[in-house]
Design a protein around this ligand. Structure first.
Ligand SMILES: [Zn+2]
Length: 266
């Protein structure tokens, strides 16, 4: 009976499944991209992952022989400009430039010797009390382990702005948010800034096109799926990490058992 059912299921799958595509995006791998925000000894808010939980994540990845790869490696591959990432690859990002990236995350990044991408909105740097300074960001960059990329200039809620502003003003705001962030980060920290994390994950076709015009080659949401084909390059998904992501939930995320249905084509 089991064998019969298996045969039925298999034949249905063969019948309904897509024809195998040659040299298509289907050949490319999907990678979980994790995004953290804040670290600390205790959970201060919903965006905090305690330093010990974060350390447990890194240890889990090491124990199970996962490789933390630079986000750039994945982007290059998805753009057809680089080799596929190794099997069991994971990407780690942190958004917003919180001071705990410097005080809590940096020692662990050094200890585990992993590449990390930070998405920064420059208006906060050396300005907001919770944020890092430009000197600290440069120090992170100089370790060779941190890549600094853009999270727009001041982290606007682009849905709210769109309702508030006339089209001309909205256009100007969007251009400024994309271009100024890129220019300031490149000038203050150095390196090429051409990756964008959408504030609050908000994005649409128009924003994706404007970001491309401003020089971005890939952008990231907070939708809970692995990043790979057939996702849109300007809306690549990432898993928003919270402190409740203990060993079991972490394993489910990494192995793809915690994915939302998708992909959304925006
Ligand atoms: Zn953010």
């Amino acid at each position: 009976m089991v064998r019969f059912l298996t045969a039925v299921v298999l034949s249905v799958m063969v019948f309904l499944g897509p024809a195998p595509a040659k040299n298509s995006a289907d050949d490319k791998v999907s990678v979980p991209v994790l995004v953290y925000h804040r670290f600390g000894p205790a959970v201060a808010d919903g965006m905090t992952v305690t330093t010990s939980v974060f350390k447990a994540h890194l240890q889990w990845l090491q124990d199970y022989q996962y490789t933390v790869i630079p986000l750039r490696t994945l982007v290059d591959h998805l753009r057809g400009q680089g080799p596929p990432p190794p099997p069991k690859s994971v990407v780690i990002c942190t958004d917003d430039g919180h001071i705990s990236v410097y005080t809590q995350m940096l020692p662990l990044v050094r200890q585990y010797n992993i590449p990390v991408t930070l998405f920064i909105y420059p208006s906060a740097i050396s300005n907001a009390s919770y944020a890092m300074t430009w000197d600290q960001l440069r120090e992170l960059k100089q370790t060779g382990l941190f890549d600094i990329q853009s999270h727009t200039y001041w982290h606007p809620n682009l849905n709210k702005e769109k309702k508030k502003l006339k089209p001309d003003a909205m256009q100007k705001l969007v251009e400024t948010q994309f271009k100024k962030s890129k220019a300031v980060l490149e000038q203050k920290v150095g390196g090429q800034v051409d990756l964008l994390a959408w504030p609050f994950g908000i994005h649409d076709d128009y924003l994706g096109q404007e970001a491309q015009k401003a020089g971005y080659v890939a952008a990231f949401t907070i939708e809970r799926r692995h990043a790979g084909p057939p996702e849109a390059i300007m809306a690549l998904p990432r898993y928003l990490m919270v402190n409740a992501d203990g060993a079991k939930r972490f394993e489910a995320i990494i192995t793809g058992r915690a994915q939302e249905k998708g992909p959304k084509t925006y």
